[in-house]
Design a binder for this molecule. Sequence first.
Ligand SMILES: [Zn+2]
Length: 418
Amino acid sequence: MPYSLLCNGTVIDGTGAKPMKNAGILLDGRYIRTVGPVDSLTLPNTQINEIDAAGGFILPGFIDAHVHLMMDSFNLPQMVTTPFSLNFYKAIGNMRRTLEAGITSVRDAGGADLGVKQAVEQGLIEGPRLQISISMLTTTGGHGDSWMPSGVNLDLFPSYPGRPDGLCDGVDAARRKVREVLRAGADVVKIASTGGVLSATDHPEYTQFSPEELDAIVQEAQFRRGVKVMAHAQGAEGVKNAVRAGVHSIEHGIYLDHEAIELMLEHGTYLVPTLLAPVSVVQIAEAAGTMPEYGVRKAREVLDIHRESVRRAYKAGVKIAMGTDAGVMPHGTNLGELGLLCSVGLSPVKVISAATKISAEVLGWSDWVGTLEPNKIADIVVCKADPLSDIHVLENPDNIILVMKDGVIIKDLRNRAA
Ligand SMILES: [Zn+2]
């Protein structure tokens, strides 16, 4: 195995530890062997390829725990006139932009199927390491039911072999639907336990699925197959129902009340806030006018409530990971979430930890990615400016001068960095 030494930079390892100046990381193929002050590293007595971090800040590859790679805007006219298969080709660019922003692993919250995941694994296309949910389970009239008030079924994620339709009502149907998405290759089961912002006929505070249905889903996925459940859950009651049933993560968590937060603490449930999602809906609506009216209205309604909710959850000790809903906003702009997490009370070092270590925990991958520690996979990012003095520097992909995935450099702007 060829050894490499990544040096001439400051390591922020994702664990929450203080930054380490003049650090070095010894890489053995795709693995990290040692991390420490460069003068104190014990190096193997063989040829070592040196990788100069150009005085930058060396971080773990970021992990976005909530993306939609098969979607690249929420522009309804454009979505309905896009040929079905074109979306797969567009996803290639979405994945490339995600990687170039410094995100080396993602959890796809609906849309990407097993073929998309395998295309990356087999090296046919370059993309982040993928965990997929394929289709979101929802109820008739719920978030994700594509029936429009006109009576038209505006199926934006049409079902096909490999991507089952997610609608199900009743305990048996819900259980069967879990089996269907697992058969199609889902690594995680995505459900909607409340209404949402970008859906025409519901509201974030409506609950979806009865406690019995939620129990059946979690039982079938998590307890029988060891597959975690992630719940799109915005209103407090739907959050509580999902947490009581034993879901692994709450996505969005807009209206968390005291009881919901206490329940999350008690169950160890993760929160993936996606603060960027409603912010982007409003921004895109103002800039381009392409968002549907119901989405903009609901996004405006929740903006401040969402932030306060996440602030209280964090203060109470709920584990916060990074997710964005990328696809609603352009892929590659994901790290805008970091500044928003700072604005609700996380320090920059905690934000970096949320977007690396904690997100790896959400994916169940903390044994091999998420921090810069020995024996983990070399997913590494170098940022040319100090994110601890200004977290916003990470938002701009031009500042991400090096991206390494699996020990292989896939983006290199170091010559332009000077
Ligand atoms: Zn989503």
